[in-house]
Design a protein around this ligand. Structure first.
Ligand code: CO
Ligand code: ZN
Length: 333
């Protein structure tokens, strides 16, 4: 599981440009699923059909996003310095000094305009990328070129650090759940969505196409366990989080109840999540078509949207256990 996480987090897939990540996912899920397709927005939909003789199987859509935050070139000046804008929300405080890998193979470093007030936070429009060019003509980047932040995966005991743990850790959870799921009484759609970071754009159309009875997003959730963090109970290493609320969704209480009862019965540690910032694909799934009963399981993460997002390996393993337990039994709402 760690090797797959390393491979996936060291691959680039900014929103709308998920091709390299999609290829890896397809290679993993094709031998495991009964049907695999890619929809118009590029989401991978891998179906595990209900076991023969299953009574009244429920359609469950379980989604993790394959895209990551990045940048897109907006201007190149006379001296070859590259101005850029955001794809999703890379935070300025993490962007200074970063290395950016462009999909055309070019790498650059982020610099910034001289500050009047040295204490001020630098907005992205006061930053530029230096790719070693000396003029617009010899700059290897053009308007519209897309990049993502470069950083290798590493381990500190059970703490795993990489870029795009948001949401490749969710992607790995889904793949490992699919791998371990011997049979299910449900009709399960494992969906690897695109364009989550730019506003949960891939998940809604995917849900519309599937028309599930229940929707679950598997994504990361920021913790409240670092100095002067937001007052939230979520911690690394205390288990997957069962979401009650985030900025974009109130989880369906029936789904929350199902998740909690399942975790307790299987003795899987879990945390109750009320997230004060951000949302997930479950927001888009809940509002798709005529509406879908939805909830979310979150992997706690520190330093979200930095190039060194940190998770705990035990949380990843327990997320797979919880998802497997949820999908293995008939769902009765
Ligand atoms: Co994110
Ligand atoms: Zn995410």
């Amino acid at each position: 599981m760690k090797q797959l996480l390393k491979t996936l987090t060291e691959t680039y897939g900014p929103s709308g440009y998920e091709d390299a990540v999609r290829k890896l996912i397809l290679k993993e899920v094709k031998p495991l699923a009964d049907e695999v397709r890619v929809d118009a927005l590029g989401s991978v939909i891998a179906r595990r059909k209900p076991a023969k003789g299953a009574k009244n199987p429920k359609k469950i859509m379980i989604a993790a996003h394959m895209d990551e935050i990045g940048v897109i070139v907006s201007h190149v000046d006379k001296k070859g310095f590259v101005r850029f804008t955001n794809i999703g929300s890379p935070f300025g405080r993490y962007t200074l000094g970063a290395r950016v890998h462009f999909l055309n193979g070019v790498t650059g470093v982020v610099g910034y305009d001289r500050l009047e007030n040295i204490e001020a936070a630098v907005p992205l429009n006061k930053m530029y990328i230096d790719v070693g060019a000396t003029s617009r003509e010899n700059c290897p980047l053009k308007i519209g070129d897309v990049g993502a932040f470069e950083r290798t995966y590493f381990e500190m005991g059970d703490r795993l650090v990489a870029k795009s743990m948001d949401d490749r850790s969710g992607v790995v959870s889904l793949i490992e759940t699919l791998r371990g799921l011997k049979s299910t009484p449900n009709d399960v759609y494992f969906v690897f969505t695109t364009q989550e970071e730019v506003g949960t754009r891939g998940a809604g159309p995917a849900a519309y196409g599937i028309n599930p009875d229940v929707g679950i997003a598997v994504d990361v959730t920021p913790t409240g366990d670092t100095p002067a963090s937001l007052k939230m109970v979520m911690e690394l290493g205390k288990g997957p989080c069962i979401k009650f609320r985030d900025v974009g969704m109130i989880s369906d209480p029936r789904v929350v109840d199902w998740m909690i009862k399942t975790a307790e019965k299987a003795k899987i540690p879990y945390q109750r999540e009320v997230l004060l910032v951000g949302t997930t694909d479950a927001h888009a799934i809940q509002l798709a078509g005529a509406g879908v009963m939805s909830g979310a399981v979150s992997i706690p993460v520190r330093y979200v949207h930095s190039a060194s997002e940190m998770i705990d390996y035990n949380d990843l393993k327990n997320t797979v256990k919880l998802l497997t337990a949820l999908l293995s039994k008939p769902v009765s709402f």
